[in-house]
Structures are given as C-alpha cells and as structure tokens.
Ligand binder design. Structure first.
Ligand SMILES: [Zn+2]
Length: 208
C-alpha cells in the first residue's frame, strides 16, 4: 500500500490576517505548555476523540511538552499560555463502507504565513479513516474507534511538531516522517524519533 503524505504542510504561503499572531506570552498559571483547541466540524466518535488526545499526548510528552486539550465551546474568555487550533473536518468515526475515496490527498494541512508555520491545523478525518479502514483486518474491526483515534492522534502529533518547532521539515523516521501508511498509523507504537525529541526539548527550553 502506498503511504499517504501526512500533511500538505502546505508551506505554500497562505496569507492570514496579522491578528493570527500570538498576542504575547501570558504568564502561565497552568502546568501545560500548549493548549490544543479541538474543533470538530462533522460527526465523531467520543471514544475516537478521547483516544486521539491520549495518543497525541503520549507521543509529544516524551519531549517534556505537556498538552492541555479544550473543546472549542469551552474556551471563551479564557487566557492560555500557548494556543493551537486543530480543526477536524469530515466524519471522525469508523465507517465500514465509506464512499470511494481518492487516497492521494494529505491527512492534514498546516498553513504558513510569511514563511512561518501558523498554529492552525486542519485534519481530514475522512482520509485518515479511509487509510485506517484499508489497513485493518481481523480483530481490528472490534476496536475500530480506538484505532481511528490512535491514527488521528498520530496525525495531530505530527502537526504539533510542525507548530511547536515552527518548521516545515520532516524526519526520516517516526511519526514526523513526511508520509505514513495506514498500517503505520495503527501500528502498536509510532513515537517521535530521537532527533525530534531533542528538537522539541530545545524549543521547550527556549520558550520557558
Ligand atoms: Zn508534515
């Protein structure tokens, strides 16, 4: 099976309003380093979203960076230390018989503006679910929502590395590779490479 590019990681310059720039660091009264706002646009499985958060947290925290998760509707009038918005389009739940789908598109998109990676990612649930479904077999069907969540968590962790390191480059191994197959998305473990852990640690130290 052909691996799918995990993100267009567009690095094509998309003009975003300047208001998108972080409004300065506010002294943290929270233990987390980055707050991820989860914005679900379509139908979803609560179990899959929970697993997505668990998996992305598990991957990223090997670098010492702590993630705090919030739903879009929880965040009004709240001040956060560092904010990332992750939008999920399509259907974030298992579908045993989805429509035929073009597999070649990316799982997610992170935009850049003026050469800088922006803290806005968009995950395409339909594409992730499709790749996972094709990679599943046997007993996988009995834990489909967990596997969907795991795959989504890996895609989100990948995008977070772009955002936290403000880089469009990819790793040669691990979850931050440029392309990942459905099998890799649901395999038992897909951690950060040692090099990515170091890069995140460095960013983490600089910003604290
Ligand atoms: Zn990428």
């Amino acid at each position: 099976m052909r691996p799918v590019y995990i993100c267009a990681c567009l690095f094509a310059c998309v003009a975003l309003p300047l208001a998108a720039a972080p409004a300065g660091r506010i002294s943290p009264d929270r233990a987390s380093d980055v707050t991820v706002i989860v914005d679900l646009k379509g139908p979803y499985s609560t179990a899959a979203i929970k697993e997505m958060q668990r998996e992305a947290t598990r991957i990223i925290q090997t670098s010492g960076v702590q993630i705090d998760w919030r739903r879009r509707d929880e965040v009004a009038n709240t001040v956060f230390n560092d904010l990332v918005v992750m939008t999920f389009k399509g259907s974030c739940t298992f579908d045993p018989a989805p429509p035929l789908y073009d597999e070649l598109g990316p799982y997610a998109v992170t935009r850049t503006a003026n050469g800088e990676v922006q803290p806005f990612g968009e995950v395409d649930c339909d594409r992730v679910v499709n790749s996972v479904r094709i990679a599943m077999f046997g007993s996988d069907y009995a834990r489909a929502e967990m596997l969907i969540g795991r795959a989504l968590g890996r895609v989100v962790a990948h995008e977070l590395v772009h955002m936290l390191t403000k880089s469009g480059e990819h790793a040669r191994e691990g979850v931050y590779k440029a392309s990942l197959s459905g099998k890799q998305l649901i395999s038992a473990s897909l951690p950060l490479s040692a090099m990515d852990v170091d890069r995140l640690r460095l960013e983490h130290r600089i910003s604290h």
